[in-house]
Ligand binder design. Structure first.
Ligand code: UGA
Length: 445
């Protein structure tokens, strides 16, 4: 068990609440400070502003050790202050650090030494800038540590409590030691390094994960052309211990609030330093094109999409979250609407009604597929595993499934009477449906 410390957390967003909740679980006293009154009110009465499995239980279980406040002065007694504010991309693709600077402005002046710990993802060099800003403000008794988060949405609590590693970058050994001690009780390798390297580890990890996915997506696209099956290819390649099986699932492209932002931030960071990071430019472009491949697959089967009804199944950028940021579903549904298709969406938790005007959001999968000319699996929710059922077959106008996540078994789906197309695996055409001249044109173009 860790020696109990008082931890202040700036930012009651997803990273801040997971960090605060999990440190409370480890036995520390936690004060979470945010500037949005509604958010603090909601949290104080036990309501969570987003969907994250296990987090409500962690916060409830440690209620005695967590306090929520609007007042920055309440963190004056904290030994360690975690900065967990957002760092959205600016128009130039750089990270917007204004929330970080506002948090610094709000730091209470205290007698005892405090350590500021950066959890937010920031450009390399931010630590140096913060150190200079602290000095300029006369805050000489404030230490600085970079301790990036590697939490994935939907599994954040598990990722915090069972991490692959903890990265601690510092200017002073004793500050790093104090931060490392906060994690006592968690068995994992600790990477102690300088601040710039810690900042780079975070960006490089996300950039490499995105690169793996764009790579397997391109392999999938080639598989389709040469008659190979990407699922077998990924398995056969991933069993090489030098390569590994993870983050090797082909699909409709990566989304979420982190990959796009961080890949772009790293590319810009390199560019600003005079280096053109060609590989990352390709990784981003491959991902943009990958989201749109579903449209050409639909056209291959249905011809022109104007007036066709398409069920878009799954809206969140991945299962077990309601997060729609950078979700491939938004690009796919928007393209379909632009083509003149009638779009019916379904998701168990994400609500895209204000982002997809013109689409109909349905309460159930069954409602979404009723009368549809095609059903597209965009997010691999468990609820969709049974999609190839007789009931669904009978209510669809045409039994066509485009599986953007390779969720279903091709053989079973076809035996259930569906035409089925997925990513990087052989497709099956409609049988018994007359092809129109229009469709023939599209297929051959
Ligand atoms: C990601 C990283 O995985 C975390 O380690 C990191 O801490 C986090 O960003 C962050 O920077 O805060 P997250 O965005 O929650 O986490 O989601 P992932 O599970 O990484 O998935 C990202 C996207 O990649 C999803 O759209 C997912 O569907 C897609 N993906 C993932 C694939 O297309 N194929 C795969 O094999 C894996």
């Amino acid at each position: 068990m860790a020696e109990s410390r008082t931890i202040g957390v700036f930012g009651a967003g997803w990273v801040g609440l997971v960090t605060g909740g999990c440190f409370a679980e480890l036995g520390h006293e936690v004060i979470v400070r945010d500037v949005v009154p509604e958010r603090i009110d909601a949290l104080s009465t036990g309501r969570l502003p987003f969907h994250e499995p296990e987090l409500p239980e962690v916060l409830a279980r440690n209620r005695e050790r967590i306090r929520y406040t609007l007042d920055a002065d309440e963190v004056a007694g904290a030994d360690v202050l975690f900065i967990c504010v957002q760092t959205p991309p600016t128009y130039s693709g750089d990270a917007d650090l204004s929330f970080v600077w506002t948090a610094l402005d709000d730091l209470p002046r205290v007698e005892q030494r405090q350590i500021l710990v950066m959890k937010s993802t920031v450009p390399v060099g931010t630590g140096e800038k913060v150190r200079a800003a602290l000095e300029a403000r006369g805050l000489t008794n404030v230490g600085y540590v970079s301790n990036p988060e590697f939490l994935a949405e939907g599994t954040a609590v598990r990722d915090f409590m069972n991490p692959d590693r903890i990265v601690i970058g510092s200017f002073a050994e004793e500050d790093a030691a104090l931060v490392e001690a906060l994690y006592s009780g968690i068995e994992t390798p600790i990477v102690r390094t300088d601040v710039a390297s810690a900042e780079m580890i975070k960006l490089a990890a996300n950039a490499f994960l995105s690169t793996r996915i764009s790579f397997i997506n391109e392999i999938a696209n080639v598989c389709e052309l040469v008659g190979a099956d990407v699922e077998s290819v990924a398995q056969g390649v991933g069993l090489d211990h030098r390569l590994g099986p993870h983050f090797f699932r082909a699909g409709v492209g990566w989304g979420g609030s982190c990959f796009g932002k961080d890949v772009s931030a790293l590319k810009q960071l390199a560019g600003n330093s005079g280096y053109h990071f060609q590989l990352l430019a390709a990784v981003i472009e491959v991902n943009e094109l990958q989201k749109r491949r579903v449209i050409s697959k639909l056209e291959k089967h249905l011809g022109r999409l104007r007036g066709k009804t398409i069920a878009v199944l799954g809206l969140a950028f991945k299962p077990n979250t309601d997060d729609l940021r950078d979700a491939p579903s938004l690009v796919i549904a928007s393209r379909l609407l632009a083509e003149g298709a009638l779009v019916r969406t379904w998701d168990p938790v994400a609500d895209a009604r204000d982002r997809l005007r013109g689409a109909t959001q349905c309460a159930t999968v069954f409602e979404a597929v009723t009368g549809a000319d095609a059903a597209v699996i965009v997010t691999e929710w468990d609820e969709l595993r049974g999609l190839a059922s007789k009931e669904v077959h009978d209510v669809m106008a045409r039994p066509l499934i485009i599986d953007g996540r390779n969720l279903l078994d091709p053989g079973e789906t076809r035996r259930a009477g569906f035409a089925y197309d997925s990513i990087g695996r052989p497709s099956s055409p409609f049988e018994g449906l007359p092809e129109t001249a229009e469709q023939e044109t599209k297929v051959s173009s």
